[in-house]
Each structure stands twice: as C-alpha cells, then as structure tokens.
Design a protein around this ligand. Structure first.
Ligand SMILES: [Zn+2]
Length: 190
C-alpha cells in the first residue's frame, strides 16, 4: 500500500472511527511492502509482508466489474489529478484502468478479485469491514462483494459521487442521481 493511504484508513474495531498508526518496515519508494498498522484506541493491530494489509474476515470475489473504467469515470464525474478513489469488491478489476484514465489519482482496491495486486498507483487492502474513513475519497466504485455498501459510500467526500451495481445505498445522506439497468450513481450530501 502507498504510505499516504494510512491517513484514510480506520480501525475495524467496534468503536468510534479512529485513525491507525503505521510502523513501516520495508518501504520501496512510497510503497509500504511490509509494516504494521495499529489502533491507539483499542490496541488492534496487523502486520504484513507482501504489500497488502489484510484486516481479516474478507471474502474473495471471483467475478469482474460489470462496467469498464471509462464508464466509472463518467458516472463519478471526475476530472483532474490528486486524491483517492476506492473500489469495493469486484470493481477492483478496473482499478489499474482507473489510474490510467485519471493520472495523478490513487486507487485503493478493497477486496478485489485475487489477481489484482498492489502495483502502480493501486493499493490493495483486504478487510471484512469497510476499512476507509468517512469523507476521504473523491469517488467510490461499488461492485459485488463490497459488503456494507452504505459504509463504502460514506467514504466519499461531501458533494461527490459513488457509483455501482446491485443494491442502491439506502439512507437520507445519499441522493440518487441516476439509475439504469443494474447501475446507479449517488451523491453523498454535503
Ligand atoms: Zn480500534
């Protein structure tokens, strides 16, 4: 994972959202190949040595995204460099293509298909609970195997969009912008 992703991760423990402390061991460029993440609130922690932090409890998806990266970028309405996008579940299959269409944007792929690796501007995280803070991402792309869709969409910065397929996220904090076929676009209300 990229070292800057630490700022956007949250403890999976059952308490109010809390930041995590990174103790990097092997860092290549800005990528943490091995290290330790710990929570100062509850003492939860994990270590990894293969570039991919695993918070535990994740379920691997085998399918691929139901739409391509160009469609995701259009639905999210994104343009310009900087910041982060998250993919949730099988939409991780388009993570690398998203970084090609959006130079200077990092992608965190949460629970992508097994053949998706941390590489280039893509950081892979595996976790049974949604591992990213609220109001942290420029966009979230939700697919099969995303787990808690509402938690994923809450990671979008206020006023920005999430898109996906399957169940539309429910809650007064989301405004449905478009839906058709099996796909939807919502705005996270400011
Ligand atoms: Zn904790």
């Amino acid at each position: 994972m990229f070292i800057e992703l630490t700022d956007h991760l949250r403890c999976p423990g059952p308490h109010a959202e809390a930041f995590l402390v990174l103790l990097p061991q092997d860092v290549q460029g800005r990528r943490v190949v091995s290290g330790h993440l710990g929570c100062p609130v509850c003492g939860w922690g994990i270590a990894w040595e293969d570039g991919t932090p695993d918070f535990g409890g994740s379920v691997a998806v085998q399918s691929v995204a139901p739409f391509d990266a160009a469609a995701a970028v259009a639905m999210l309405g994104l343009d310009g460099p900087g910041g982060w996008i998250a993919t949730a579940g099988n939409t991780g299959s388009i993570a690398a293509d998203l970084t090609l269409l959006l130079p200077g944007v990092h992608v965190v792929a949460v629970n992508p298909p097994e053949d998706v690796q941390s590489a280039g501007a893509v950081s892979v995280i595996r976790s049974g609970s949604w591992p990213i803070k609220q109001h942290a991402m420029r966009g979230v792309v939700v697919g099969d195997g995303a787990g808690n869709v509402e938690a994923a969409v809450r990671s979008v910065l206020p006023g920005l969009r999430a898109c996906g397929s399957g169940a539309i996220p429910a809650g007064s904090e989301f405004t449905l912008l478009a839906s058709g076929g099996d796909s939807w676009v919502v705005v996270h209300k400011p």
